[in-house]
Design a protein around this ligand. Structure first.
Ligand SMILES: C[N+](C)(C)CCCC[C@H](N)C(=O)O
Ligand SMILES: O=C(O)CCC(=O)C(=O)O
Length: 411
């Protein structure tokens, strides 16, 4: 069984008992040299430059701030040892000791080397879901437990918190207790919706109207996409105004299996999105001076973002796409194939079998992972009032990783 597989099942705390290192040897020449650790059924190769760079002596590491002291300008110069006698391994203590040519000494515990070198990257037990998700993961504000909330958020990408007072202030207070704000030009906290049939088009976006909006992620025109979308329906519409959720990771995974070539295109093709306000599409500013004038855009990101072969972000908003640049090579086959891929993905995303319809009730606040879960809205009539905000996904995960099970620590 590989170390990675073993650790994913038994966790690193068990690793040491079952995976003791029996010996360590230096192999390779000059900057390609590495230490090979032998385990019962496996080996681990650690380049000398990697080992020196991971030295945790006081000379190399600031334990107060958990920061390395090296500026990384002389990594290879410092990673030289006298041939074999430069290293020694104490099997009983599971301790690797390296005496570097410059006289510095590094000591490494096998377990810490495994912790650093054998990192989970693709074994997160995310629970992909479709509309058959029995019910949206839900906790109550009355007995709120951050660790439980974090685990549900990490697993499903969506969590609701019930029993919240129906007010803007209570929603704001609750949101801030969970993660820092991700502020944007929409403001840090928002109230939006309509007072009866009259639509207050405060901003140049369909969210401020009453029409249906298909599944999408927000902020595709921001290089720093909002990580968490928070909604609290303070006043439901007379009819309609349902929220529809789609697990973008689940759909992208199905897309990868059914249309591998199209999937590849959507992971490799950057696509520009924009948000224009107070200006016309040709870039001229509208005469209406009451509007702020904005041109937000993001041009470097693909629709489906991967880390190794793991899907880590969906950026899908068909409405906010900017004009598609054809590139200097004017390769129309590439452009047309891109449209085939985008259309196929959109058709899959819009399939009702993936759509989870909920009607948000006053008192229940929903937290949506905007990297993973798409949201939509059905058309509505009558007055409807929503409030919410974007929260920092990094901010949430930085706190959550300290309480999540080890298999989620790398989300
Ligand atoms: C601020 N608030 C969430 C109310 C609306 C923002 C508009 C979001 C836009 N439709 C997008 O997809 O990015
Ligand atoms: O009004 C809603 O329920 C959601 C509007 C929306 O899609 C958004 O604000 O991004």
């Amino acid at each position: 069984m590989s170390l990675i597989k073993f650790r994913s099942i038994f966790g690193s705390q068990l690793l040491r008992q079952f995976h003791t290192c029996t010996n360590a040897t230096i192999n390779g020449e000059s900057k390609w040299a590495y230490v090979e650790l032998k385990f019962a059924k496996d080996t681990l190769k650690l380049p000398l430059v990697w080992l020196r760079d991971h030295c945790r002596s006081d000379a190399c590491y600031n334990w107060q701030t958990n920061q390395r002291k090296s500026t990384a300008q002389n990594l290879f110069a410092h990673a030289k040892v006298e041939e074999q006698n430069g290293i020694s391994f104490d099997e009983k203590e599971q301790l690797l000791r390296i005496k570097w040519k410059d006289g510095h000494i590094s000591n490494f515990k096998t377990e810490e080397l495994l912790q650093w070198a054998v990192q989970l990257t693709d074994l997160l037990p995310l629970e992909y879901w479709t509309r058959n998700l029995r019910k949206i993961p839900k906790v109550s504000k009355n007995d709120f437990n951050f660790a439980k909330f974090s685990l549900l958020f990490a697993k499903y990408g969506v969590v609701t918190i019930a029993d919240v007072p129906v007010s803007f202030e209570a929603t704001k207070e609750l949101s801030l207790s969970i993660a820092p704000i991700h502020d944007t030009f929409f403001g840090d906290f928002w109230i939006f919706g309509t007072d009866g049939e009259e639509i207050k088009e405060e901003r140049d976006d369909t969210a401020y109207g009453n029409k249906a909006i298909g599944p999408h992620t927000d902020g595709t025109y921001l290089s720093q996409t909002p990580g968490i979308q928070v909604f609290h329906c303070l006043h439901p519409a007379d009819s309609g105004g349902d929220t529809v959720l789609v697990d973008g990771f689940a759909v992208a995974d199905i897309f990868r299996r059914n249309f591998p070539e199209y999937f590849k295109i959507l992971t490799e093709t950057p696509i520009e999105h924009h948000y224009l306000e107070g200006i016309d599409s040709d870039g001229t500013f509208k005469a209406d001076s009451s509007k702020i004038q904005l041109h937000s855009r993001s041009i470097f990101e693909p629709v489906i973002k991967l880390y190794k072969d793991r899907i880590i972000q969906i950026r899908f908003n068909p409405y906010d796409r900017a004009p598609l640049n054809l590139g200097t090579e004017n390769d129309i086959k590439r452009v047309i194939t891109f449209y085939e891929a985008y259309e196929a993905f959109s058709q899959l995303i819009h399939k009702s079998e993936f759509a989870l319809n909920i009607s948000l009730k006053p008192g229940t606040v929903i937290f949506i992972d905007n990297f993973r879960v798409l949201h939509a809205r059905t058309a509505f009539r009558g007055a409807r009032k929503m409030c919410g905000c974007y929260l920092s996904r990094d901010g949430l995960l930085a706190k959550a990783r300290t309480v999540l099970p080890s298999s989620f620590k790398h989300i």
